[in-house]
Design a protein around this ligand. Structure first.
Ligand SMILES: [Fe+2]
Length: 172
């Protein structure tokens, strides 16, 4: 609940004047990365303490929000960027590939946490954490600024759509 409140506050840009939002349609996404990081840390903490009921619930939440984040980028942001820039085989393809890698790790982690396999969870979680950090850094430092530049002149309400889609995945 606290995590959602923090993320909600960070991305509640409805009151921010339009020119700001137009300059950075990807603005809702970095706070949602942080929100997913926090959910992952909560799941890891529960698993490390062998609190399996909490661990399963926390992991389910983390996985649902990660998948919603990937889907939001793949369904909304990447197609808009590709249409605006004409770049279909570059950075968005790489990000889709990394999403697929992370989806596979998320599935493997779900199996370990459901089985109460703390050792299996720990090893795979470490791999996912490194991938997530590298992926999010690439998006936030390279791809999102490219998207903001490419989409700055278009009338599509990308930031609103991103925020709405990501927020819909948040559960109390
Ligand atoms: Fe991504």
């Amino acid at each position: 609940m606290a995590v959602k409140a923090v993320w909600g506050a960070a991305t509640d840009n409805a009151a921010i004047p339009f020119p700001d939002a137009a300059m950075s349609p990807t603005r809702p996404l970095p706070p949602h990365h942080k929100h997913c990081d926090d959910l992952f840390a909560a799941a890891e903490a529960a698993v490390n303490e062998h609190r399996w009921a909490d661990g399963n619930a926390a992991y389910d939440r983390f996985q649902a929000e990660m998948l919603a984040h990937f889907a939001t980028e793949e369904d909304v942001l990447f197609p808009a960027f590709e249409a605006a820039s004409g770049m279909t085989g570059g950075p968005t393809q790489m990000m889709r590939f990394e999403h697929a890698q992370m989806r596979a790790l998320l599935g493997a982690l779900a199996t370990t946490v459901a089985a109460g396999d703390g050792d299996g969870f720990g090893g795979t979680a470490e791999t996912l954490l490194i991938l997530m950090q590298q992926h999010n850094m690439k998006e936030e430092n390279i791809l999102y600024p490219m998207c903001d530049r490419a989409l700055a002149g278009c009338d599509l309400p990308i930031d609103h759509e991103l925020r709405t889609r990501a927020a819909a995945a948040c559960r109390n």
